[in-house]
Design a protein around this ligand. Sequence first.
Ligand SMILES: *Cc1c(COP(=O)(O)O)cnc(C)c1O
Length: 365
Amino acid sequence: MLYHSTRNKSLSVPAAQAIAQGIAADGGLFVPECIPEMTAADFNALKNLPYAERAARIFALYLTDFTAEELRECTKNAYESGSFETPRVQEISTLADGTMLLELWHGPTCAFKDMALQILPHFLTKSIKKSGIDREVVILTATSGDTGKAALAGFQDVKGTKIMVFYPEDGVSSMQKRQMQTQEGENVRVCAVKGNFDDCQNGVKAIFTDPAMQEVLADNRMQFSSANSINWGRLVPQIVYYVSAYVTMLEQGILKEGQRFNLTVPTGNFGNILAAWYAKQMGVPIQHLVCASNVNNVLTEFIETGVYDRNRTFHATVSPSMDILISSNLERLLYHMTHEDDAQIREWFDALKTDGKYEVPIEIA
Ligand SMILES: *Cc1c(COP(=O)(O)O)cnc(C)c1O
C-alpha cells in the first residue's frame, strides 16, 4: 500500500517513508491510497487473541512494507513489555445500560495517547532503517498537554532518536507541566512557548518545512519527524483499538455480529475520531460518530455549517487537550470526502493559512 500527500496525489511513498517523514514536504498529510476492508470472518479471526496480536494483524493491512515479524516485534515491545497495567491493554466497562466506556488510559502516563505513542518509536526506528536512511530522527512535538508527556515517555532513551516537546506556557495543567519537566532520558528536551497550542503546532510545522533547517539537520546526519497525529504512525495504532473494541464486544456478547453502535469521541486535533472513521470504512459497524467539542467548538460549527473559521477567541479550559482551533486531521477526512481532490484541498488550506477560514459544500461537511 502506498501513501499520497493530501496536497499532491501524485506523490506516492511506502508506509515506512510516510512514517519516517511525518509530514509531506508540501505541507500535506500522508493518507493511504485505499482503505482496506474487513469481513465478518476477519473480525471473528481476531477473537480471543491478545491485543498485541490483533494489532499486528491490523497493521499488516496498512503497513505492507513491514514484515509480519517486524510488526509483531513492534507490538510486543509496545503492548507486552509490562508498561500497560492491564494485560488486555484496553478495557471495556459499562457506564449505564447500553452505554459502554472504552478505557484507553492503562498506559504508563495515564493518557489514551500511550496507545499510539508506546508503539510509534518502534515504527519510526524501523521505518528509518527501511528507508535506507542512516540518520538520527529528531522528533518535534507540539502539545496541549497529554501528547507531550506520552511522547516523552515513549521515546525516552530509544536509540537513534531525540525528542523536543513544545508546550504552551499557560496552556497545560500543572501536573502535565511537572510530568514533562521531570521526564528522565538522555534524548529528551522540553520547551515552554509564550502562546497557545496552535502557536506551538504552527511553529513546529514551519520548522519542519523550512529548507534551511532541513539542511542543518542533514549536515548533522539527522532528520525531522513528528510524533503528533499528523504522523500516520500515530493514527494507525488508534484504528486498532476501535477494531479491537468491536471484536471484544462481539466476544463478550455485548454486540451481535454486524450490530451497529454509536461512538462519541472527544476531539481536538481530530486524530482520535478520524481513526474511528477509518475503522468504520474498514467495516466496523459504527452508525454515528459523535464529535464532542468543548467551548472551542470550531469543529461542531464546521460540521453544522460547512464553514471552518478559526478567527475566534481562544478559550483555555479544564480540557486543554481539546483547546485547539486548527484541527490538522480534518484535512485527511476532507481529502477522502472530496474523492481525493488534492487541488481543492490546497485551495481550502491555503485559505485557512491566509484568512483563517474556508468553506466547503454542506454535503461534504
Ligand atoms: C488528545 C486528547 C484529546 C483530543 O484528541 P485528538 O486526537 O487530538 O482529537 C481529547 N482528550 C484528551 C484527554 C486527549 O488527551
